[in-house]
Design a protein around this ligand. Structure first.
Ligand code: FE2
Length: 407
């Protein structure tokens, strides 16, 4: 990718983040609803800090940070890059203000654009780090929406981020099982095009023949599990999952509530009826695993998912098309709801983190997390590909995470 198209794409992606904040009041952008979630203002600042720290500082002659003291506030987890403000206290950072953070964004955008369009933009590493910053920004766009949803869910007024309601429910496609032959399959990223470091090295995996569900598990199917006492049946659950459900008081997916005898769910569109034909979302790995056992199936491994997705087009429901809830479950492996897999997030054979602070991007999170595949209705479409490995701890429920079954 030559610098000018990269600079143009980067400008578009940065502007898309700003647009996501447009429906938010200043007050909405500052509060933090739980240690796992960050305020919108923090996402705006952190993604800017990323460009300042990893692109401008090493590559811009005479670089000085916009405000030196802000660095530790917006450094997420890069130990090599210096001190970090405690994550659970990001919501206490009323200063810098939203306006100051937005001015910082604009200043950094100007400097990044100038760098990429100058001869220095051709220096080794510049394009690669700019591309990483762009992809990182897109990851934070989805996190920002999930965090806003969680924040708004904690307000008894249940405010809608996007007041326009999604279209009326439509039935899901019938469930079928696609036969996959297995054999020695190639997984992981190789060749041109961007990929995160955890997507490689490409390698061969031996798979037994398997069957993959033709669509995700629907909310209606998951409701049947709930009504069958699924949450009270320890034989369906991993021990850690049963304990997490008991401790968290889980009786249904996150945001679900029974009102007037019907299931409702809080969403970015406010509280809406649960659409029985739409993919279930806001389930943890533990709930996905228990559901699969109840349904006489299992979760696919990430290699099984990837071999099915490898030749499939990246088509489906993404953030650009809206709405911000998944619609009727269809055949695409991409978009709608992330699919939990049975695979732990570990390094592929031969994986080595990059030297320096950017080696902390994924490599140090290769324990105690499960891989999710395919993207969701909150993901930017051009952020996804068949080799993409998202990951979260098994108890995480606030992402648009759902279930696709295998046998
Ligand atoms: Fe980040």
């Amino acid at each position: 990718m030559s610098p000018a198209p990269l600079a143009d794409r980067l400008a578009r992606v940065r502007a898309a983040t700003e647009r996501l904040c447009a429906p938010l009041a200043v007050e909405d952008q500052v509060a933090q609803s739980m240690p796992d979630a960050s305020p919108a203002k923090w996402h705006l600042g952190h993604t800017t800090w990323f460009f300042e720290t990893f692109l401008l500082a090493p590559h811009l002659a005479g670089f000085r940070p916009h405000r030196e003291a802000w660095g530790p506030l917006f450094n997420s987890y890069y130990v090599t890059a210096g001190p970090r403000h405690p994550r659970p206290e990001r919501g206490l950072l009323t200063r810098p203000t939203v306006e100051e953070v937005r001015a910082w964004r604009a200043a950094v955008d100007d400097r990044v654009q100038a760098l990429l369009r100058s001869p220095a933009g051709d220096a080794p590493g510049v394009a690669a780090v700019a591309e990483l910053g762009l992809q990182h920004e897109q990851q934070h766009q989805e996190l920002l929406l999930a965090d806003v949803q969680h924040l708004l869910s904690r307000n008894p007024l249940e405010p809608a981020y996007a007041p326009r309601l999604p279209p009326p429910p439509a039935p899901a496609a019938p469930l079928a099982w696609a036969e996959r032959p297995g054999g020695l399959v190639r997984v992981g990223h190789e060749g041109p095009g961007f990929a995160f470091d955890n997507e490689g090295p490409a390698h061969d995996v031996a798979l037994a023949p398997f069957r993959l569900a033709s669509r995700p598990v629907t909310a209606g199917e998951f409701a049947a599990f709930v009504e069958d006492g699924g949450y009270d049946r320890p034989e369906l659950w991993l021990s850690d999952g049963f304990a997490a459900a008991a401790q968290g008081g889980w009786r249904a997916p996150l945001y679900w509530e029974r009102r007037d005898g019907r299931w409702t769910r809080f969403s970015l569109h406010g509280r809406i009826p649960v659409d029985p034909g739409a993919p279930v979302v806001h389930v943890s790995f533990y709930e996905a695993d228990a559901y699969a056992r109840w349904a006489g199936a299992r979760l696919p491994t990430e290699a099984e998912w990837e071999t099915a997705a490898r030749d499939a087009p990246v088509e489906g429901q993404f953030v650009e098309g809206g709405p911000l809830v998944p619609l009727a479950a269809g055949p695409s492996l991409f978009g709608g709801a992330w699919s939990w897999t049975a695979s732990p997030h570990v390094g592929y054979p031969g994986f080595r983190p990059a030297p320096g602070a950017l080696g902390e991007y994924n490599g140090k999170f290769m324990v105690n997390q499960l891989v999710l595949r395919g993207g969701s209705c909150l993901s930017p479409r051009d952020h996804l590909r068949a080799t993409y490995r998202n990951f979260f701890p098994p108890h995480a429920r606030w992402q648009a995470s759902g279930i696709r079954l295998a046998r």
